[in-house]
Design a protein around this ligand. Structure first.
Ligand SMILES: [Zn+2]
Length: 273
């Protein structure tokens, strides 16, 4: 599932390719996404330029003159920039054709994502954007964690996934940051000392910054993704996520998996307390 670094990577690659370019046509598919694709609303962007593309948590916010759009990639969604005569992958639900024979495609096999257009004035108030917690790369992560620790008793991994606490952290980077900070995913957030919360805050920032930088490296190599190429996701070296039974890189102990709140948490039973 795309998390903050993946969404930021998409934002950068689409911006490099299409910022300032005019939309010439729009095509909308008929299959249902998590939210309906409103063909009439999307046609309002025809003739407008992509003026800005911002990110808030895992959401992308685009402005085309008077028209705004919010895109969420869900589980399997991606945005692909390609030449208009290129092969269109299956599960392409929305295509914005830009000047210069290029197009932006919203592709989503499992359809948990969405792409909604609306008047640009409604963008900032679009639910659930106002409810999102601070951005972990810009906001005060430690203050957000301390506030959460005062009112919540849930496992810290689950708290990190709560987008009202921090915007953009998902399961992969929550598990990685907890490993780096030496904290068990199941530990109640209320029972973590201030010093360890500070270490966790630092780890979250470091893990996310490294992942964004790794995505940036891909961008420098490839520019925007052409024709049927995958979006520019990167191969970050993961320390624990998806590594059940493999050796911890710090101590050699086998990584364990435990289901918390319906989702797997990966951790080292020796390094993490
Ligand atoms: Zn270990």
């Amino acid at each position: 599932m795309p998390e903050l670094p993946e969404v930021e990577t998409v934002r950068r690659s689409v911006s490099v390719a299409l910022l300032g370019c005019r939309v010439e046509d729009v095509e909308t598919g008929s299959l249902k996404l998590r939210l309906p694709l409103d063909a009439e609303q999307w046609r309002q962007v025809i003739g407008q330029r992509l003026e800005s593309l911002d990110r808030r948590g895992k959401y992308l916010l685009a402005r085309f003159g008077d028209v705004g759009a919010v895109v969420h990639l869900g589980m399997t969604g991606r945005l692909q920039v390609a030449y208009s005569d290129g092969f269109r992958p299956p599960h392409t639900h929305l295509v914005l054709r830009f000047e210069g024979d290029r197009e932006l495609r919203f592709v989503d096999p499992r359809r948990f994502g969405f792409a909604v257009a609306m008047p640009a004035t409604e963008l900032d108030g679009y639910a659930p954007l106002p409810q999102l917690g601070p951005e972990p790369l810009e906001g005060d992560v430690l203050a957000a964690l301390v506030a959460a620790a005062r009112r919540l008793r849930a496992p810290v991994r689950n708290v990190l996934l709560d987008q009202r606490v921090l915007a953009g952290v998902g399961n992969i980077y929550a598990c990685e940051a907890l490993h780096r900070a030496g904290i068990r995913p199941a530990r109640p957030v209320s029972r973590i000392s201030p010093a360890r919360l500070a270490r966790l805050a630092d780890s979250i920032g470091a893990v996310l910054r490294e992942a964004v930088a790794a995505g940036g490296t891909t961008l420098a190599d490839g520019g925007f993704t052409a024709s049927d190429g995958q979006a520019g996701y990167f191969a970050v070296q993961l320390a624990v996520y998806g590594r059940e039974g493999l050796a911890c890189g710090k101590c050699g102990t086998a990584i364990r998996r435990r289901v918390l709140g319906g989702r797997s948490a990966f951790f080292c039973p020796s390094c993490q307390r």
